[in-house]
Design a protein around this ligand. Sequence first.
Ligand code: EZ4
Ligand code: CO
Length: 402
Amino acid sequence: MKIADVRVIVTCPGRNFVTLKIVTDDGVHGVGDATLNGRELAVAAYLRDHVAPALIGRDASRIEDTWQYLYKGAYWRRGPVTMTAIAAVDTALWDILGKVAGLPVYKLLGGRSREGVTVYGHANAATTDEVLAEVARYVDLGYRAVRVQTGVPGLASTYGVSGDKMFYEPADAALPTENVWSTEKYLAHVPTVFARVRDEFGPTVKLLHDVHHRLTPIEAARLGKSLEPYALTWIEDPVPAELQEGFRLIRQHTTTPIAVGEVFNTVWDCETLIREQLIDYIRATVVHAGGITHLRRIFDLAALHHVRSGSHGATDLSPVCMAAALHLDLAIPNFGLQEYMRHTPETDAVFPHGYHYDGGYLHPAETPGLGVDIDEELAARYPYRPAQLPVNRLEDGTVHSW
Ligand code: EZ4
Ligand code: CO
């Protein structure tokens, strides 16, 4: 069970994905997602030039040892590029182990703790009237949780509100496009949206909202307070999270639950947030936070402090990441919610997978391993196309968080 071949596959079936494929000398292969939106080729080079040569000949079943080797051995610890590369190796090794054991990966992780993985979908539209129809569409599809985003009156465009309804893609140009932001206009508008959504859909559907790091702590506190009557399940990324202590201020002022972590890459990014119970959901992911091995470590710390998982699951996280996430979501005791945005048919064809949606839940495949693969021939038909995430500016031109 030695690693015999390591391949980095870059493909663009509608959007860019980087996938690592590891093959053992017994001919078993595993796959790991290595996609870092807008910075894909940095991870591809890291894997191809610096990681792959060191993997050849290693025992594929030594998952923990390989993780430590890549993390500590790099000397330059952490960071999104490094941790995405390590994640891809780790995920592929879990896939191989599952195949060799003849078990779906969630059984290797301790078995199922629930019957299905509750997911939330994205309702987004320019206006409140339109977004009500979008929420209705998800409720009709059986979703128990819906993220609601709208345009803001007086602002031409807003990150997180796409033109296309079912397929969402924020990395929209080779060089970043620009949005204009006004906190005053935003804070005045959002509560009016949720008042209408609650009124229309009643008290039980879980409602979520993504702030995309655009507020200061005291502004976020005001937002949380103003949304309390509508009982949101969470507000997400209310402030930039480089300063973990910033969340103390938000916490003192509002009972609206807080989710954060889609840009985190190690437990060190959220250690204070979790230990001080400053958040309610941790949104770190398999692909950006060091794979199944490290994300489980983060979730275990979270479990000690009443924090539940709420992993990121936008379209730039490939079906390989989604498959891995579902195994972990099913197994951990403190699962909260899983974000789920459907991929395009082109993406689904390149990444054949056995997970499926049913009545508000996703279910991982029951086949050995992760239950997902990459069709390399088909992938080769979609060459890489440069695409970056947008930049946000205040009305006076100052660069702002998304
Ligand atoms: O901005 O996936 O909650 N989901 C999000 C996403 C992220 C993109 C970044 O690559 O915030 O839209
Ligand atoms: Co988000």
